[in-house]
Ligand binder design. Structure first.
Ligand code: PLP
Length: 294
């Protein structure tokens, strides 16, 4: 990914009422060293983040992403981000995006060890070319998450519903899926409940019903899935959050992986077994996801 622009943010209190945040946003060279070596984000992955899609300069779903950033920060005992300040930062960065698809990344780190405050920054990069994944689909390998479905409720300190910077396991799962001849992974609990992909939500179509795993299952509540549900409902489809079992994924009429930058990638195979790709519906979903959304 080519970094094109970045701001370091001096985080202000969540209830700070000022209207102009410009003196708290500092432009930095996105390709030069900026962070100190003591940064806990780098040393321990101790922080939270969000990735937003930007289409022709419009940052998508800013409100839902900021709400999830605040939720993740709360789960990690980090100070609540000031939404107006982060909105101002997103607007400043999106103004540099230009035509085409870009990615904005928001990062809130615990800061430097023994330091006084968290560290925050925001970057802009050109989005990867996702046309093939959106058109032809992705082959998935289902991978054992290694714990049963009741773990998120029993062990909240595992931060399973937070979007933390600790993505080493997620990246390892994608590499394992690739070793198995697939393009991406889907995590399944060791008692057979489908969770999510390492960087995407799972959506199934069963007849005229669209189903996604319930977010209380210790997964991220996807902003793309949330937005797509309102689109599908406006087209007369029913939508629901359910406990999705491995058999449900295998038997579904169609499935997609949904995320803010790749958008709707149809699933073309599950563990080597081909799955039908509904090209027309997928094109409709992606046309909606590429339209300006707030
Ligand atoms: N689940 C995980 C683990 C993710 O990392 C992501 C996105 O990065 C998602 C789901 C999808 O979330 P969104 O649609 O908000 O991008």
């Amino acid at each position: 990914m080519a970094w094109r622009f970045a701001l370091v943010i001096d985080p202000v209190a969540s209830d700070d009422q000022r209207e102009d945040f410009s003196d708290t946003l500092h432009t930095v060279d996105p390709n030069a060293p900026v962070l100190p070596l003591g940064e806990l984000s780098a040393q321990r992955g101790d922080g939270v983040f969000e990735s937003l899609g930007v289409v022709d300069g419009h940052p998508q779903e800013v409100g839902p992403h900021l709400e999830r950033l605040a939720r993740s920060a709360g789960l990690c005992d980090l100070p609540t981000p000031n939404p107006a300040q982060w909105r101002a930062a997103i607007e400043r960065v999106a103004a540099e995006a230009g035509a085409g698809e870009s990615v904005i990344k928001l990062i809130l780190s615990r800061g430097v060890e023994s330091g006084a405050s968290p560290t925050a920054w925001i970057t802009l990069a050109t989005a990867p070319d996702n046309l093939r994944a959106r058109r032809d689909g992705v082959r998935i390998a289902t991978l054992d998450r290694g714990y049963p479905a009741d773990v998120p409720a029993r062990a909240p300190w595992l931060l399973l519903g937070a979007k933390t910077l600790s993505y080493a396991v997620n990246m390892a799962a994608i590499r394992e899926a690739q070793r198995r001849g697939a393009d991406d992974a889907v995590f399944v609990t060791n008692d057979g409940v489908v969770l999510e992909a390492p960087t995407a939500s799972v959506l199934l179509r069963v007849g005229d019903r669209f189903v996604t795993p319930e977010p209380q299952a210790g997964i991220l509540h996807g902003t793309t899935q949330l937005s797509l549900f309102s689109h599908l409902e406006s087209r007369g489809f029913s939508t629901s959050y359910e406990t999705v079992l491995l058999d449900d994924l295998e038997d579904a009429d169609a499935a997609w992986l949904l995320s803010s930058v790749r958008l709707a990638a149809p699933v073309s195979a599950v563990d080597g077994r081909p799955k039908t790709v509904d090209r027309e519906l997928t094109a409709d979903l992606n046309a909606y996801l590429l339209s300006p959304r707030d």
